[in-house]
Design a protein around this ligand. Structure first.
Ligand code: URA
Length: 242
């Protein structure tokens, strides 16, 4: 696996020899068991290349972001508990299968996290979705909770926390504290994210060792304005404004 200091790796299809494969920058690696990075497939790298490109127009940005969000949600669901369930097929045979155990809900960190809600709805019909708005307090420069609307029985649910860009992690950290304050055990929180900074994700994963992070990519770092680099700019602006 590649690291931030040696970020170029071959990612072509498996049937091609190493010499024939195109090389690409792949995700950095962090040494935390509770951080799962999506497989760095040619498909994922091509989708990320679309949304990272400053020349990609809004409609394409939305389309390709949604494809990555779908991959994140599908992978996230694999981290939820299942129990055995045997069913009978129309030809009278038994199939020893599985079913999800427990109720889930989504919680988006506004505004950018709301862009991930549809991807969750596409996979989980009628899923309950709550919202949390955290912004920087102008006086203290610290993240401040401005608004939350969460399912009243959230303490009994698995929570898929949604935020596409994980920079310093201030908002995500506060969102987890809010959820824990409502009685959600840390181990029932799954944080879904498109691009993370190594410093943000490292602090977060160490602070909350029992929750799980599913991300598509860990980038090189943060710039002086706390934008993720190479990043994709402001996700909310690119998703919501023309
Ligand atoms: N939020 C964004 O939208 N982009 C960044 O690079 C960091 C935070």
């Amino acid at each position: 696996p590649s690291t931030a200091s040696a970020p170029t790796q071959c990612v072509g299809p498996t049937f091609k020899g190493v010499d024939e494969k195109p090389s690409a920058t792949v995700s950095a690696v962090v040494p935390f068991d509770n951080v799962y990075v999506l497989p760095q497939t040619p498909q994922l790298i091509a989708l990320l290349s679309m949304i990272r490109n400053k020349d990609t127009e809004r409609a394409d940005f939305i389309f390709y972001s949604n494809r990555i969000i779908r991959l994140l949600v599908e992978e996230g669901l694999n981290h939820l508990p299942v129990i055995e369930k045997s069913i009978t097929t129309p030809v009278g045979r038994t199939y020893n299968g599985l079913m999800f155990q427990g109720k889930i809900c989504g919680v988006s960190i506004m505004r950018a996290g709301e862009a991930m809600e549809q991807g969750l709805r596409d996979c989980c019909r009628s899923v309950r979705i709550g919202k949390i708005l955290i912004q920087r307090d102008e006086d203290t420069a610290q993240p401040k909770l401005f608004y939350d609307k969460l399912p009243e029985d959230i303490a009994n649910r698995w929570v898929l926390l949604l935020d596409p860009m994980f920079a310093t992690g201030g908002s995500a950290t506060m969102a987890v504290e809010v959820l824990k304050g409502r009685g959600v055990p840390e181990e029932r929180i799954l944080f879904l994210n498109l691009i993370a900074s190594p410093e943000g994700i490292t602090t977060f994963a160490a602070k909350f060792p029992r929750l799980k992070v599913v991300t598509a990519f860990i980038d090189e770092g943060l710039d002086e304005k706390n934008y993720i680099v190479p990043g994709l700019g402001d996700f909310g602006d690119r998703f919501y404004t023309i």
